[in-house]
Design a protein around this ligand. Sequence first.
Ligand SMILES: *Cc1c(COP(=O)(O)O)cnc(C)c1O
Length: 234
Amino acid sequence: MTLAQGRQESSLAERLSAIDARIADAARLAGRDPAEITRIVVTKFHPASLVRDLHALGVREVGENRQQELTSKTGELEDLELRWHFIGQAQTNKASAIRRSADAVHSVDRDRLADALHRAAEGDDVLDVLVQVNLTADHGRGGVAPDDARSLAEHIMSLPSLRLRGVMAVAPLDEEPASAFARLHAIAESVREVEPAADWISAGMTGDFVEAISAGATHLRIGSAITGPRPDRG
Ligand SMILES: *Cc1c(COP(=O)(O)O)cnc(C)c1O
């Protein structure tokens, strides 16, 4: 990197604190306490060394969306105290590898995946899970249909090694995030009728976390605004 580039580019620490300031502002504007919002830094495609840098800056909650990357990074960073959130589409045959490495799985979108995660339990450990809801009209997207979220929540409640924490969604590209997140909020309420303690709403990314905070998000999943652009997937 040349000196000129070095001056132009913000540092990881600067980007992190800028985002945290924006989160705090958005929370206050929405009449919420910033302390009730968890900022998860999504580190997918970035090397484990970046997660180590984030940890040195005080980050403790990180997110990954691919099982192999989750497994290798958690292995490499075993010495660090971190909470790993799995936020990607999960194949059933990867459930046990995911369970071994993740502290929370945000992307449970079908009974069979919940069953596979439950079967992978070792001893009496309990895994935090969220029901991922598909807010788009495209059935091929990840997430359970909104009308089926409640019955998936009921199924999860029947599996003692899973602890239902709430709901997760990604806003559709072709809709105002505010209206999509308002629908998610209503779905979250119906899930809380099944399990009152399931009060997490995982929503909001780099482009829409302010709207997510207004709509009650408790867990933000922010990647590129903090980490910088993702390296090529190769
Ligand atoms: C990559 C990813 C994010 C973070 O996206 P950014 O736009 O980089 O903040 C959040 N949620 C999910 C499910 C993702 O895959």
